[in-house]
Design a protein around this ligand. Structure first.
Ligand SMILES: Cc1cc2nc3c(=O)[nH]c(=O)nc-3n(C[C@H](O)[C@H](O)[C@H](O)COP(=O)(O)OP(=O)(O)OC[C@H]3O[C@@H](n4cnc5c(N)ncnc54)[C@H](O)[C@@H]3O)c2cc1C
Length: 340
């Protein structure tokens, strides 16, 4: 039996088929719903359950804490109605409302940034115009391979889209990008997606933390803020394992030179030799470097463990989750195992 779903922000109720999540039912009925990973990991579809009952399939504590669940919040991507329900998604302070597009793109260039990260540049052939907010991501589909999410490293108003893609051992898509993708190849892009985007009206300090190819969305965010003339302090910590994993250092040093309010700090977690650089995990750096967080917002992107430990360290400093905007780069296998 189908149940009725009423969403406060959507004019008319719609039906959810047996076993269908609220998010899937909303999409099937042709509605937008704020969402990110769609697998219970990110919390972007967090909603108030105002009436009725749902069954929640497994999700991570990071996406929805026990306190939030006890207070009646759910994840729309995990919640299957057991009765007619009424929900309201959590209103974000600022929204990124861009038309969802399916683009045909052509590879303009593909080049190594490090031993395992490639810079991919795409030109839009059809399906545009494509607008997004700095920090958002898109789903890319290469040559019959399953789609994967990658974050835009470029600016929203640039003609060329830039992505930083890290090759994972045994990774179906990232290995293809590194080894077989060539200029001229076609790529399908769906998006934009995600709620970890630059809050352009925010005038307080910006704390940015990137791990590995997590630099992509953070680069877009930091550059967008600087382009808009942001005057507040902007600190970017870039965490990698060793010297060979650093990239775009010259680029960010040049930005430091041009903007007195911007500071860039590379951090090595496993330096293979003596180094004059900061060392350790980004969470430890937060504990040692970050004092005053009044009015600050944090942006984080990279491996899930990095994002989660940094969010915990920021919470210790008094920066709550509502002021932290994060994209954890879960792989499909990690998504499938969420919360289990
Ligand atoms: C919001 C978001 C944004 C992202 N942005 C970026 C970005 O900007 N740059 C970037 O580099 N990445 C990004 N990612 C990660 C990206 O989407 C892919 O997950 C990543 O590139 C790996 O894809 P793949 O097909 O190469 O690997 P997959 O084939 O998915 O495999 C990933 C890893 O899991 C292993 N594996 C595969 N199947 C299994 C299994 N059944 N059990 C156990 N292990 C398995 C593989 O050996 C490999 O090591 C983002 C992810 C998200 C969610």
């Amino acid at each position: 039996m189908a149940f009725s779903v009423r969403v406060r922000q959507i004019a008319a109720p719609f039906g959810a088929a047996p076993g269908q999540t609220i998010l899937d039912a909303a999409f099937a009925a042709g509605h937008d719903y704020p969402c990110g990973c769609q697998s219970g990991n990110c919390g972007a579809c967090k909603s108030h359950l105002l009436a009725g009952e749902v069954e929640m399939s497994p999700y991570s504590d990071y996406a929805l804490t026990a306190e939030e669940r006890a207070a009646g919040q759910i994840l729309a991507c995990r919640a299957v109605p057991w009765s007619d329900v009424e929900v309201a998604w959590l209103e974000s302070d600022e929204v990124a409302s861009h038309a969802q597009r399916r683009l045909a793109c052509r590879v303009l260039s593909i080049e190594p940034l490090t031993h395992d990260i490639s810079r991919l540049r795409l030109g839009i052939e059809s399906g545009g115009p494509f607008t997004f907010s700095a920090g958002q991501y898109a789903s890319l589909a290469f040559d019959g391979l399953p789609p994967r999410d990658y974050s835009m490293a470029s600016q929203p108003d640039e003609d060329t889209l830039e992505f930083h893609i890290r090759t994972l051992p045994g990774g179906a898509v990232s290995a293809h990008v590194r080894e077989r993708l060539r200029p001229g190849d076609m790529v399908r892009l769906d998006g934009p997606r995600g709620i970890s985007f630059l809050r352009e009206k925010h005038t307080g300090p910006i704390l940015a933390f990137a791990g590995g190819s997590g630099l992509a969305p953070i680069k877009s965010i930091v550059e967008r803020a600087l382009t808009l003339g942001a005057r507040q302090p902007i600190r970017l910590y870039f965490g990698v394992r060793d010297e060979r994993d650093l990239y775009l250092e010259g680029h960010f040093r040049a930005l430091e030179g041009r903007h007195g309010n911007f500071r860039f700090t590379p951090v090595l977690s496993e330096p293979s030799g003596d180094t004059a650089r900061r060392t350790g995990f980004l969470a430890d750096i937060i504990r040692s470097d970050i004092g005053e967080v009044d009015g600050a917002r944090a942006y984080l992107a990279g491996p899930p463990v990095m994002v989660e430990t940094c969010m915990a360290a920021l919470a210790e400093r008094g920066l709550g989750r509502e002021r932290c905007h994060a994209d954890a780069f879960y792989t499909e296998a990690e998504r499938a195992g969420a919360g289990r």
